[in-house]
Design a binder for this molecule. Structure first.
Ligand code: MG
Length: 321
């Protein structure tokens, strides 16, 4: 296929309800949509998961737009490729900016799926299948409000519950959920809010039999995560830290995590995501697929990738924060 033209759009969407994590409170979502066209009129869509602010990752919508417009799109315009999996070869000299790269690469995968008239998941290596969904619940104003939210999400059909935690909002909310709902599939995500000095405190989560604690320490702290994992019975899952298949391999080699959260935006696209999936499968490591407050386009991509996954992912219905 040949990419004949590329469009970029900047969207600002309000969230149904505010979403609070250890790094801040969001009331809306700014995102970039990418549309790629072949010469015959077929179009594929991609979504850039970078946010307006550099709090989850260093990339922002401003940096992604700049990288797409000035560096990435010019590398693929008019380029003939046999498959979207070849697109990342066009920007091997460009360092970083995985979210910008992923948006363009994933639009290319969507274009290829449409040209071939096949489900995207099949191109990624998985047959279409029903996928259990989980949901991520932000930090609430009280444990009572949290229990109400969990009840609401379970009534809506979500199987796995993930809650955001931070220092001062961890043991008590987890205990409240266990007390109200018993042994439901439950996990927590710290978004890098703790330090190695918090190891003894985080070990107090062990009796709650959580599926995992996600990204307790800073994203560069692979070695410190390995030391922390040795002090916890709860499996550590890495999210922000996993920016390439090579780093995923390093993290597993040194015991920095026992579970991996695969996000194609963070990894630079589907090719790298499938590589991480293959690595985890070869080593018997569970992985799952978290969301990034995407619009329906990004969530559709997530669903196709989730056909490869093990744990229920974090995707929820599109109106959901
Ligand atoms: Mg996370």
């Amino acid at each position: 296929m040949r990419i004949a033209s590329v469009g970029l759009s900047l969207l600002r969407l309000p969230l149904v309800r505010p979403f609070e994590t250890s790094f801040g409170r969001m009331t809306g979502r700014e995102l970039i949509l990418v549309d790629v066209h072949d010469a015959d009129g077929a179009v594929g869509w991609g979504e850039c998961v970078a946010d307006a602010d550099p709090f989850y990752s260093a990339e922002t919508t401003t940096t992604a737009w700049h990288m797409l417009e000035k560096y990435l799109v010019p590398q693929i315009l008019g380029r003939e490729v046999g498959s979207a999996s070849e697109l990342p070869d066009a920007w091997t000299k460009i360092r970083g900016h995985n979210m910008a790269k992923a948006a363009l690469e994933m639009a290319g995968w969507d274009l290829e799926a449409r040209i071939r008239n096949r489900p995207l998941c099949e191109l990624l290596g998985a047959p279409a299948r029903p996928i259990e969904s989980g949901v991520s619940i932000g930090i609430q104003s009280s444990t009572g409000a949290l229990v109400d939210r969990v009840a609401e999400e379970r009534a809506a059909g979500y199987r796995r519950i993930k809650i955001k935690i931070k220092p001062g909002w961890d043991l008590e909310p987890v205990a409240a959920i266990r007390k109200a709902f018993g042994d439901i599939p439950l996990m927590v995500d710290a978004n890098a809010a703790y330090t190695p000095d918090d190891a003894a405190h985080l070990a107090k989560l062990d009796p709650f039999d959580l599926m995992m604690i996600e990204q307790p320490l800073w994203e560069d702290d692979l070695v410190r995560h390995a030391r922390l994992q040795q002090q916890l019975r709860t499996p550590v899952c890495l999210d922000e830290s996993i920016t390439s298949p090579e780093i995923a391999a390093d993290a597993l080699d040194i015991g920095a995590c026992r579970i991996i959260n695969v996000k194609p935006g963070r990894l630079g696209g589907f090719r790298a995501s499938v590589a991480v999936h293959d690595l985890a499968q070869a080593r018997g490591v569970p992985l799952w697929h978290g969301g990034m407050l995407e619009s329906g386009i990004g969530r559709a991509h997530n669903l196709h990738l989730s056909a490869l996954q093990v744990y229920p992912g974090a995707r929820s219905a599109t109106p959901h924060p």
